[in-house]
Write a protein that binds this ligand. Structure first.
Ligand SMILES: C[S@@+](CC[C@H](N)C(=O)[O-])C[C@H]1O[C@@H](n2cnc3c(N)ncnc32)[C@H](O)[C@@H]1O
Length: 320
């Protein structure tokens, strides 16, 4: 539920990798997978395929695929075409490959690689797509240029981002069906969380739920490259560990993971605080997250978040 701070353990400046440490994305594979369950429901597949401009027989590249939250999901809709998922985090790639093998999905494969230097020749794909993989980059324009390069003339380029949380178009569940049942300290908790969100909104990296990736920038990046027939689509989704479509065991695990990562996120922010008063504020909210978590385990409440996936898509012209 809570956004996590995006910290790249390896510094990438202008596409040049600084330092020998292997790249690890800040969000865990489980957290990414869980937060995507409700975004990629089977009944929504045709809509997303349409928004991404995908059709059967296309060869597709997904940039920043994570541990495979979307590539396999779309694969069925493009067969006999193939989709390659690319990500800089090798653990995500290993996990994605193992999952696809287990599920015997034959038209999807995964490759470790850098969005700034796509390891493919020009015009290799019919479509190049990304879901929350571009807004997180320091230099999104370099990655979009690369996407453009490896897309064939007449092919489709799509950038998708998610807008969640109170500062976006989304909503945050108030943890209760009625005011009388709010957990002790709920109002203070939400007040503090809103304060925190507002204070980090200006400094955080876009695309990881903190600073929102400006949708205008997506248009501009594609337009600057000469992409034509640009379309803008938005699709809402709900995301809830209380949803009955998720098994009881998974729901428990989901809530636990959410709680753990929220706490970790708040502790990281607390450690970077300059003033005692801010540290106190964080200590208060951290305690309240524990109260909330305990309360949610024993009460019939609904803990949910809603958001919107924005897909900007266009065509690489036949001649520039
Ligand atoms: C917010 S996650 C999105 C993952 C997946 N698309 C999803 O929505 O579940 C951003 C992804 O971009 C990847 N990433 C970050 N920098 C990258 C780069 N330079 N090249 C390729 N992937 C990168 C991260 O490893 C991470 O998997």
């Amino acid at each position: 539920m809570a956004p996590r701070v995006a910290m790249l353990k390896r510094i990438v400046i202008g596409g040049i990798v600084m330092g020998a440490e292997e790249f690890r994305w800040i969000q865990s594979a489980q957290s990414l997978e869980q937060s995507r369950v409700m975004r990629f429901l089977p009944e929504m597949r045709p809509i997303l395929l349409n928004y991404f401009g995908l059709a059967p027989g296309m060869d597709v590249l997904e940039v920043g695929c994570g541990p495979d939250t979307m590539a396999s999901y779309l694969a069925e809709g493009i067969a006999p075409g193939k989709i390659i998922g690319l990500d800089l985090d090798s653990e995500f790639i290993q996990r994605a490959t193992a999952k696809a093998q287990l599920r015997a999905i034959s038209n999807v494969s995964f490759l470790m690689g850098d969005a700034y230097h796509l390891p493919f020749g020009d015009s290799r794909f019919d479509a190049v797509i990304s879901y929350t993989g571009i807004g997180v980059l320091t230099n999104p324009e370099v990655a979009v240029e690369e996407m453009f390069r490896v897309c064939r003339p007449g092919g489709t380029i799509s950038i998708a981002e998610a807008v969640t949380g109170r500062l976006g178009i989304g909503f945050l569940g108030m943890d209760s069906v009625s005011d009388e049942e709010l957990f002790p300290g709920a109002e203070r908790y939400h007040e503090l969380m809103e304060d925190i969100q507002a204070s980090i909104n200006t400094s955080a990296i876009p695309g990881v739920g903190n600073k929102q990736w400006p949708s205008g920038a997506m248009f501009a990046l594609l337009g600057k490259l000469g992409v034509t027939k640009i379309r803008f689509n938005a699709r809402g989704y709900g995301s809830a560990p209380d949803d009955e479509r998720v098994s009881a065991a998974e729901r428990r695990q989901w809530r636990q993971n959410e709680h753990r990562s929220q706490r970790q996120w708040l502790e990281e922010l607390q450690n970077s605080c300059q003033t005692i008063s801010m540290r106190k504020k964080y200590a208060e909210v951290i305690e309240l997250t524990q109260t909330r978590f305990n309360w949610l385990r024993s009460h019939a409440a609904y803990d949910w978040e809603a958001g919107v996936s924005i897909v900007v898509s266009g065509i690489k012209p036949l001649s520039l």
